[in-house]
Ligand binder design. Structure first.
Ligand SMILES: C[S@@+](CC[C@H](N)C(=O)[O-])C[C@H]1O[C@@H](n2cnc3c(N)ncnc32)[C@H](O)[C@@H]1O
Length: 307
């Protein structure tokens, strides 16, 4: 299958995208967006200052920097709502009627992003809880850790919310599926509905070695989303904030066409190298669109049975 990664600002690119080009969007946006500005990226790469939380070296092993979303001011939050509102308005025409949007967020700011996306005209269809133990939250009061050893400033995050949205359509779901091949979610192989709680993992080291991006998402999870996003197993997937191209790799592994947009020249280089490597990995979900290979996915989803 074909994928393409384009070096551009997705806001500009979406303005030129022919309407109805995609059947689904799976994306992990620059949450809090300040962390991916050139100034902040330089501070992160230099290892000090800025909005990135640079973890200490523990037991001789260097851990990856994390975005620190708590530093956002009220003005930043307002700007965030504007950013996602404008983005969602530009995105809506690029989808076919009934096309789904899966968008990553954080428990801290998902309400801002999801409201902005809904106000722009998307229909909210639910949220996926990606169970994953991150290093976010749970810190003792900064500068007074010894004084308040039994206090944490906020919960240690053990999940990641993904908003599930859909471009509205007219008529019935069945009619829309026939006409646009979109509007629903693909059931799991074996017939169970796609669930909204997914037991995930931190991105494995072998994937991080292939695609060194600070926000790399795991293939296991992205392939599940890509599977669900095309209800009839046909169509094209877009990731407007492609990073290292992990969504494109997931689509490629499942045999779907995809396109990614990435603004940063370093990450574009990473993506061009990483996509074919990530797509080749067996990461819990490997299958082709049709036929018996889907059976091979069954034990690999490892999701609980209904009821
Ligand atoms: C959270 S990261 C996505 C990482 C991705 N999930 C992965 O696994 O590699 C967000 C990405 O969006 C990119 N980005 C930020 N603003 C953008 C824009 N206006 N257009 C396109 N890409 C943008 C950033 O450079 C960053 O790589």
């Amino acid at each position: 299958m074909a994928y393409e990664i384009i070096h551009a600002d997705c806001f500009d690119w979406l303005k030129t995208c022919p309407p109805g080009s995609f059947h689904a969007v799976i994306t992990d946006p620059p949450f809090g967006f300040r962390e991916f500005t050139r100034v902040e990226l330089t501070k992160m790469k230099n290892g000090h200052g800025g909005v990135w939380r640079i973890p200490p070296v523990i037991g001789g092993s260097q851990r990856a920097p994390l975005p620190r979303f708590t530093v956002l001011s009220p003005q930043d939050v307002e700007q965030m709502a504007e950013f996602f509102g404008q983005w969602a308005e530009l995105l809506l025409p690029a989808l076919v009627p009934g096309g789904h949007l899966f968008i990553a967020a954080t428990p801290l700011w998902s309400h801002v992003v999801f409201s902005a996306v809904a106000e722009a005209g998307f229909e909210k269809r639910g949220e996926i809880v990606r169970l994953v133990r991150t290093l976010r939250g749970g810190d003792r009061p900064k500068g007074a850790e010894a004084e308040f050893p039994n206090v944490s400033a906020m919960p240690r995050s053990c999940w990641e919310p993904w908003g599930v949205f859909r471009k509205p359509f007219e008529g019935t779901l069945a009619g829309n599926l026939r006409q646009w091949k979109a509007g629903g979610l693909r059931r799991l192989p074996g017939g169970n509905p796609f669930p909204d709680v997914i037991d995930s993992v931190r991105t494995p080291r072998r994937e991080r070695d292939i695609a060194p991006h600070p926000s790399l998402k795991p293939q296991q999870f992205l392939r599940l989303l890509a599977w669900a996003a095309l209800p009839l197993g046909h169509g094209r997937i877009l990731d407007p904030f492609a990073g290292s191209g992990s969504t494109l790799a997931a689509a490629e592994a499942l045999g779907y066409d995809s396109k990614g947009i990435e603004i940063d020249d370093d990450y574009i280089r990473v993506a061009r190298r990483a996509i074919p490597e990530l797509a080749k990995l067996s990461a819990g979900v490997t299958a082709r669109r049709n036929g018996k290979s889907a059976e091979a996915m069954l034990p690999l989803f490892e999701l609980p049975e209904d009821g």
